[in-house]
Design a protein around this ligand. Structure first.
Ligand code: SF4
Length: 351
């Protein structure tokens, strides 16, 4: 399930978080649109600062820099203060998404008493809730308090890929498709919805392979998932992916590729994508800035209708893009040629 040296190397890149954070305040709270109830609506998002993902004790996923937002000093009381801050910010928002730098259902990260406090605080205000968790914490007894309080819940699982090989050698997820299916089966039995996250373009595979992986993964997870979020890579600090990218050995995926996936899959499967860092250097982007393409990806995801995106995509000249995608697929590594050229031209090697 894990490659020891790979895991240890990723661990060595994780920096100790020495920043003095306010442990009584969430990392951030904002509003955005999502369609958790089948239509686009205002949704509040809150990231609680916690001690972080259990996986950080050993390693991390190759793209995950959420440990930068954790604090080892958090105690239950701090989390309860964070919950109070969230409560005060809710206003008339009825839909809430909770993120931590790990799993909200991990009782070591969020103690059951804190989860109960959270449930009691929000149950009369929030009509739909999404929380994230690794598969191992998705158990009937952990879900029971949400059900008892009558909370309409969707759990998000970061599967990343349905391919165990990619999960192990590329993502370093410490999980398997079987674990995902077991957790999804628990949710199906408990009649709780599931949002599955797939990571688009993990390291060490070409963009073309990554597109094939998403196509296969969407088909594999669709029977278990209420919806499927295709998350293109965004490069986070102190991660293996950042290290590769800084050396010009990794390029984030292109918007064209993401658009193509949504267009090809969108009629048959409940796929969506709200890219973090879209059109920026560290996120999904084409060689040329394309605001309209990103807007259509997000709008199509909110409406679950990719017709306009398809029309726009079909009007584009994709010759150069297709050339790069094919070239990258033949290369030993998936380089970012602009960065590589910059590195080479600033190199101090002289003859
Ligand atoms: S399981 Fe999630 S939080 Fe934990 S290391 Fe992986 S991506 Fe990060």
């Amino acid at each position: 399930m894990v490659v020891r040296d790979y895991s240890l190397y990723i661990k060595s890149l994780m920096r100790e978080n020495n920043r003095k954070n306010d442990v009584d305040k969430p990392v951030s709270i904002w509003k955005e649109l999502d369609r958790l109830r089948g239509y686009p609506e205002k949704t509040m998002v809150c990231i609680f600062r916690t001690t972080g993902c259990a996986w950080y004790k050993f390693t991390a996923c190759s793209m995950c820099g959420y440990f930068n937002d954790t604090s080892p000093d958090i105690i239950d009381e701090n989390l309860m203060h964070q919950i109070d801050t969230l409560y005060d910010s809710l206003g008339d928002t009825k839909v809430l998404k909770i993120f931590t730098s790990g799993s909200f259902l991990d009782s070591n990260e969020v103690h059951p008493a804190v989860r109960d406090y959270f449930i009691q605080r929000i149950k009369d205000k929030v009509e739909k809730l999404l929380v994230e968790s690794r598969t191992e914490y998705i158990r009937p007894e952990i879900l029971e308090p949400f059900k008892k309080a009558g909370i309409d819940l969707r759990i998000a699982i970061g599967l990343e890929s349905a391919d165990d090989y990619i999960m192990k050698y590329s993502v370093n997820k410490g999980s398997t498709m079987k674990k995902f299916i077991d957790a999804a089966s628990v949710l199906n039995r408990e009649k709780i919805e599931l949002r599955t996250y797939l990571l688009f373009k993990p390291p060490f595979i070409s963009e073309k392979m990554a597109m094939e992986d998403i196509m296969k993964s969407v088909k594999a997870v669709a029977p278990y998932s209420t919806d499927i979020s295709i998350n293109p890579m965004n490069i986070q600090k102190n991660t293996l992916v950042e290290k590769l990218w800084k050396k010009g050995l990794y390029r984030p995926p292109r918007l064209y590729s993401l658009a193509k996936l949504l267009i090809d899959l969108g009629d048959e499967y409940p796929v969506l994508s709200y890219p973090t860092g879209g059109n920026r250097e560290r996120g999904v982007h084409n060689d040329k800035y394309d605001r309209e393409l990103l807007d259509l990806i997000v709008q199509g995801s909110l409406d679950h209708d990719f017709k306009q995106l398809s029309q726009y995509y079909n009007s584009l000249d994709l010759a150069e893009y297709n050339y790069h995608i094919e070239l990258e697929d033949r290369m030993f590594f998936q380089g970012d040629y602009d960065t590589l050229l910059k590195r080479l031209s600033s190199s101090s090697i002289t003859y």
